[in-house]
Design a protein around this ligand. Structure first.
Ligand code: X2X
Length: 343
């Protein structure tokens, strides 16, 4: 290079850098549609919460962020236990997911499925509003998702087509559909039942054709899915586990938004989640048992357990609790038990 060429190259570089320097930051490139996954549709509190989140985001972002909800875990072909992996891989942009369905990938989320850990709603609230909640959100944040808010599916009560379940003996040999999380297999096996893993989509036809005898789901799900029409005639209130829901955004999607957009999405999640929890508990808690009454009015026989009856289930599943405490983490379980004790 001659001296004059060198000088002009230098000047050109200076000009180029100056231009880059004064250029405005690249504008956010929005997707035409952000895909939000849920398992249950908007006729259930869970899906209603997802729909509300999508609506609030659209409204508060002035239409910049267009979220569409895909219920039935349809973005993963109905296989709800693949939802978390799909979030990490970019097939799903946002999700309102159950701790049960994500627990195969996030082992600490099995916490909520430890049998008889949470005795009441205050116990769930203690875990989703305190240090345990913070720890779990930090774990999720290390796995390529941004957790924003806690919702609720609810206390899972067991139903079947044969007879009232009031003791572990009553469950003996019964085919019980469970979600695809190994802890549930252990719990049902410990109770003498014959657990069968399948997705929610497969569960209803399986109950209708008597391929399985029973299932366990929150009362809000039992009622909205009209499980009495698929042979579920006996329901037992044992409240053995409860699954919270978590509102998350895939990290790559989140990072593509401005701080203002992120605030909109976070605020919308907090609002939609608070509304969703209220909906999930409506007619079930706080002295209002309308949902239960509606289920009974459909001819379902409901068993309320005495403390002694509940203890028999607790004792039978205690080895499962202990085994899975190792998987969840001794420290986290101890922290959860302490938060519950001082609720
Ligand atoms: O499949 C179920 O039982 C459901 C709908 O409750 C969950 O997705 C955890």
């Amino acid at each position: 290079m001659t001296v004059s060429r060198r000088i002009s190259f230098f000047l050109l570089s200076v000009v180029a850098l100056a231009i880059v320097g004064v250029m405005p930051a690249a504008a956010t490139e929005y997707k035409e549609e952000y895909r939000l996954s849920t398992v249950l549709p908007d006729s259930f509190p869970w899906g209603a919460g997802g729909k509300r989140w999508a609506e609030l985001i659209k409204e508060k972002s002035g239409g910049r962020i267009n979220v569409k909800m895909y219920p039935g875990a349809s973005l993963v072909g109905g296989d709800q236990t693949k939802e978390f992996t799909a979030l990490r891989q970019g097939t799903i942009d946002l999700a309102v997911g159950s701790t049960i369905n994500w627990s195969p990938q996030v082992k600490e989320l099995n916490l909520f499925a430890l049998p008889f850990l949470m005795p009441d709603y205050k116990a769930i609230d203690a875990l989703t509003h305190g240090e345990v909640a913070k720890d779990l959100f930090a774990i999720l944040a290390s796995k390529d998702v941004v957790p924003l808010a806690w919702g609720e599916n609810g206390f899972r009560e067991i139903s079947n087509s044969h007879h009232p379940i009031q003791s572990p003996e009553d469950l003996k040999g019964m085919k019980i559909r469970v979600v695809g999380s190994p802890l549930f297999i252990d719990t049902m096996t410990a109770l003498g039942a014959n657990p069968v893993q399948m997705s929610w989509a497969d569960a209803q036809p399986a109950m209708a054709t008597s391929a399985v005898d029973g299932q366990e789901n929150p009362l809000s799900v039992f009622a909205a899915a009209k499980l009495h029409t698929v042979n579920q005639k006996y329901l037992t209130l044992w409240g053995y586990v409860a699954d919270p829901l978590i509102f998350v955004v895939a990290k790559t999607v989140w990072d593509g938004w401005s701080p203002d957009d992120q605030k909109v999405v976070r605020d919308a999640a907090l609002q939609a989640a608070a509304e969703e929890v209220a909906l999930a508990r409506k007619g079930i808690s706080g002295g209002n048992d309308e949902t239960l009454k509606a289920i009974e009015a459909n001819g379902v026989s409901v068993a309320h357990l005495t403390t002694a009856q509940k203890d028999a289930f607790r004792q039978a599943t205690r080895p499962v609790f202990e085994k899975w405490t190792k998987t969840v983490g001794d420290g986290l379980v101890a922290k959860a038990e302490a938060e519950i004790a001082k609720r």
